[in-house]
Write a protein that binds this ligand. Structure first.
Ligand code: ZN
Length: 133
């Protein structure tokens, strides 16, 4: 029987050093992502690579995301999106309020559009390599 996970030095220690630091404020206890959430973020990152590869050649600079906080569309270029997802992965917290500066909406599409576009390209490629006939 192997134990791969590192030993938590504070496991079961009642004198957890993070206790009592609440009034330092600002930075509430990090809430790590669950495995399922991590998996979602990793899949988003993988999708993002595909979308960028497919869409940037036709002039798309990034994605537009409807913000749950301010209910306005925010525009993120590819690098920003990747940075945000990596940040989420590392810290467990989203960093959504750094949209692109003065974006041109014509150059941004939704996740749904990007997904549909990628599916369409995939279908076209599948039809093109039809060796049944
Ligand atoms: Zn917002």
């Amino acid at each position: 029987m192997q134990h791969d996970e590192p030993i938590d030095p504070f496991n079961g220690d009642p004198a957890d050093p993070s206790a009592g630091l609440e009034d330092l404020g600002e930075d509430p206890q990090l809430d790590p992502l669950s495995d399922a959430e991590r998996q979602d973020v990793l899949e988003d990152l993988a999708d993002l690579e595909i979308y960028q590869a497919l869409l940037s050649p036709i002039g798309i600079r990034g994605l537009v995301i409807e913000c749950e906080d301010c209910h306005e569309p925010h525009y993120f270029d590819w690098d920003l999106l990747r940075g945000n997802l990596r940040h989420l992965l590392n810290s467990g917290r989203p960093r959504v309020h750094e949209p692109a500066y003065d974006p041109d909406p014509d150059h941004y599409v939704t996740w749904e559009y990007a997904r549909g576009y990628a599916d369409g390209v995939h279908d076209t490629l599948s039809e093109g390599s039809d060796d049944d006939s």
